[in-house]
Each structure stands twice: as structure tokens, then as C-alpha cells.
Write a protein that binds this ligand. Structure first.
Ligand SMILES: *Cc1c(COP(=O)(O)O)cnc(C)c1O
Length: 426
């Protein structure tokens, strides 16, 4: 067997199992300089609920759910068959965050949470609301005038910018999104249409974040959403665990020692999948097993999990390019906050070639009619890596998290299908 570092450098797909995982994690977790627990996850969920009526009034697409931003949990038997995953290996589901409204991706969870937390803090400080108020008051001129004095900035490969930009502008903030060179043109166009200022950078995601952070530091009325360091983003993502818990219960799916839950999460900087994995661990303890999926050219989280304590390597150190069509995952260096929290919780990381993501994107469209973007297809390779593992049997529940796709324009989506038909164009 070649050494894992050799396989990473050769950009070959692999599954790494975390030898440091512990089954019984303590109830509170060290996150940077703070300690977080279930209480914080519930607080994030409560914040989403307080804001739901306001969001329903600001965004017509949220009227049907009364402002609640949730995605379905879907059984996908035809996809399971197409993947060649026998029923003796358990049952395959999709957690359909690709259909999250307004933002069109998993970033709705973390990104919206941080903007709402900021808006709430400012409005409480100014006495415009108290936490028992009807928050639709925040659509009134007094609140919009307050928010208009502040700028919300973020660095992004695309989807986080979409989430933060659209919500911040919708509330009346000045919104600025620093985009990396690999960000898709249609995402930039869409943001500009919504009144968001887009600043384009020649470099990669990490440089876009650094530029945004630097610009914001000079301005006391600028709030920078820091994808590499933010606990508010992390806790917003974690609330998804409570949603999945309710949905599994509604489908009468047990999660216990005899019925393990395996979750496959596409990973960029690591904030979204780690927030969710941490939340799931709070809810299901030892019986949930989370695996992160990364492009073979951008396995930054894997590289960080393998790194010596106190070091922060990038995928370039492995001779990789960070070039991938999975733009939501094109990140060269992981979030240290996320990596610290995952050290003892994560079950494993696997890597995926772009061609495989396109193949699975086309497969789930054909078998289940779901329209996802390439990043969101990364998780479908997970179950095959685990065939024969003791956790995989007829009573295993596999949940693949599909993380984006709703807003992809038709022409772009047809381009994805064309690439799947002819991988030489990759
Ligand atoms: C951002 C993103 C992810 C991963 O989230 P990170 O917090 O960057 O790890 C996964 N899928 C899509 C579609 C994304 O936009």
C-alpha cells in the first residue's frame, strides 16, 4: 500500500479513517477560545424561528414555509440501485440542502444565522425590539436606516457570498462580497442584480478572504463574516442536526448501536460540514459517523487532519493545484477552528475526482430528478468506500448531504450534463 501522502499528492481517490475519533465526546466542546454546547445549537435554532416571520415578509419564496429555511430528507431508492449499493448495505437518503431557498445552498444555514445575529444585536442595542417582539418591525424604516449604516462583508468562492450578500442586502445592510478568481460569473451577476457590491480578486479563495478581512478591519461599521474563524456560522450550520433528528424520527428511522447513521458531507474550508457533524454528535452521540468529501485536488481538511499539531499546511504543499469544477470546495487550507473541533469527532475523509462528481450529478438527475451542482455530488462516493466495514449492514442509514444547486441557471446545468456524458471535456 502506498503511503497516504503519496496517494494525496498523486490526486488519487482515497478514504482515510480517523484513528483519533472517540465515541463518547464530552457535552461541551472547546472552539477556539470559547466553549460550546447543545445550548448554543438550540439558541441558533431559536434565532431562526424568531426571524421567520420577517424573512417570510422579505422573501416571497419563503412565504410557503412561513420563513422557515429547511430542506427535505428524501429516500432515493433508484439512485441507490444505480450506485450498486445493495439493500443488505442499508438504506440511502439525501438531505436536500441543494434546494434551500433564497441562497440555493447549505450556506443558507450558517450565512443567514450570522447576518441575523448581527441584525438582532444592533436592533436590541437600539431598543427597536426585544427578544419577545414581532421581528417584522425590522422591515420598517427605522430598522432599515440603522442597518444601512453598516456594511456586511465576506470572502467567498461563490455560495457563501450569495447567502450573506442576498440576506444582508435584503435587510438593508450595505453588502460587499470578495470573490476568488474561480467564482462563477453567473453567481457574480446574480449578486449584482440584488444590489450587492462584488469585488473580484485574481487569487484563490484564501486570498479573497484575506483581502476582505483586511478591508473590514479598517472600518468600525463593517462586519466581516470570517469563513475560516466564525463561531456564529458554525452554530448556524449545527442547527441542521436538530432538523435531521426530527425528520429521521418522522420517518421512523432509529439511530442507535444496532442502527448506525452514516453521513457524507462535502467539505470546503470545513465550517459547514463540521458544524453539522458537531451538531449531530450532540444529538446522536456515538451512533452517528460523519465522513467529509473533498475533491482530489483540494483535500485541505484531510491534509489538516494529518498535520503535526500547530501546523497549517495547504494542498499546494502536496503539489496539488486546487483546480476543481466543484467551486464550493475549491479551498487550499482548512479552517483551524473546524479542524480543532473535528479532531476527535470525525470518522473519516474521502476524496473524489471531478469526473466522478459529474457522473453522480447526472445519475441523481436521471434517477431521482434532483438538480444539484458538482460540489453537492461529492458525497455519493462515500458509501462504496465503506463496503465491508462493520458499520455497514442492512440496518445502516446512509445520508448523503447535497449542498447546492437550486439557483444554477439552466444553461449551466446542461453544461454539467454534457461534461458527465463526455468526461474528456473536463
Ligand atoms: C461551501 C460549500 C460546501 C462546504 O462548506 P465549507 O464550510 O466550505 O466546508 C459544500 N458544498 C457547497 C455547494 C458549498 O457551497
Amino acid at each position: 500500500m502506498p503511503h497516504i501522502h503519496t496517494t494525496i499528492s498523486a490526486a488519487q481517490p482515497l478514504m482515510w479513517l480517523n484513528p483519533s475519533r472517540v465515541d463518547n465526546a464530552p457535552p461541551s466542546t472547546q472552539a477556539g477560545n470559547e466553549s460550546i454546547s447543545q445550548v448554543d445549537m438550540h439558541a441558533a435554532q431559536d434565532r431562526f424561528r424568531r426571524f421567520a416571520p420577517l424573512l417570510a415578509s422579505l422573501f416571497p419564496e419563503l412565504a410557503a414555509t412561513k420563513g422557515i429555511i429547511e430542506s427535505a430528507l428524501l429516500p432515493i431508492p433508484a439512485m441507490q440501485e444505480a450506485l450498486g449499493l445493495p439493500v443488505s448495505s442499508g438504506k440511502l437518503w439525501v438531505k436536500a440542502d441543494h434546494s434551500l431557498p433564497v441562497a440555493g445552498s447549505i450556506k443558507a444555514r450558517g450565512g443567514f444565522h450570522e447576518v441575523l445575529e448581527l441584525a438582532e444585536r444592533l436592533a436590541l442595542e437600539q431598543g427597536l425590539i426585544n427578544t419577545d417582539s414581532d421581528y417584522t418591525a425590522l422591515a420598517q424604516p427605522a430598522a432599515r436606516a440603522l442597518f444601512g449604516q453598516y456594511q456586511v462583508a465576506v470572502g467567498s468562492t461563490g455560495n457563501l457570498g450569495m447567502s450573506i450578500g442576498v440576506l444582508a442586502a435584503g435587510l438593508g445592510f450595505k453588502a460587499v462580497v470578495h470573490m476568488s478568481a474561480d467564482a462563477k460569473a453567473w453567481k457574480k451577476d446574480r449578486l449584482r442584480q440584488r444590489g450587492v457590491q462584488v469585488v473580484e480578486h485574481a487569487g484563490d479563495y484564501e486570498q479573497a478572504v484575506a483581502s476582505g478581512r483586511q478591508a473590514a478591519a479598517l472600518d468600525a461599521k463593517c462586519h466581516f463574516v470570517d469563513d475560516e474563524r466564525s463561531l456564529s456560522l458554525f452554530l448556524g450550520y449545527s442547527a441542521a442536526a436538530l432538523e435531521l433528528q426530527r425528520q429521521l424520527a418522522a420517518h421512523k428511522v432509529a439511530v442507535d448501536a444496532a442502527h448506525p447513521l452514516l453521513v457524507y458531507l462535502p467539505c470546503g474550508v470545513g465550517g459547514a460540514p463540521s458544524g453539522i457533524a458537531w451538531g449531530l454528535q450532540q444529538v446522536f452521540g456515538a451512533h452517528v459517523h460523519c465522513f467529509f468529501a473533498e475533491p482530489v485536488q483540494s483535500p485541505c481538511f484531510l491534509v489538516q487532519m494529518l498535520a503535526e499539531l500547530g501546523t497549517h499546511p495547504s494542498v499546494y504543499d502536496y503539489g496539488l493545484t486546487n483546480q476543481t469544477e466543484a467551486d464550493g470546495l475549491a479551498v487550499p487550507r482548512a479552517s483551524l477552528l473546524a479542524a480543532q473541533i473535528m479532531q476527535a469527532l470525525l470518522s473519516g475523509v474521502f476524496t473524489v475526482q471531478d469526473g466522478t462528481m459529474f457522473e453522480h450529478l447526472a445519475m441523481i438527475f436521471k434517477t431521482e430528478g434532483l438538480r444539484i451542482e458538482p460540489s453537492a455530488a461529492a458525497g455519493f462516493s462515500g458509501p462504496a468506500f465503506l463496503q465491508g466495514h462493520q458499520l455497514v449492514h442492512a440496518n445502516t442509514t446512509h445520508v448523503v448531504w447535497t449542498t447546492g444547486g437550486l439557483l444554477v441557471p439552466e444553461a449551466q446545468f446542461q453544461g454539467f450534463l454534457a461534461k458527465a456524458r463526455d468526461p474528456k471535456t473536463l
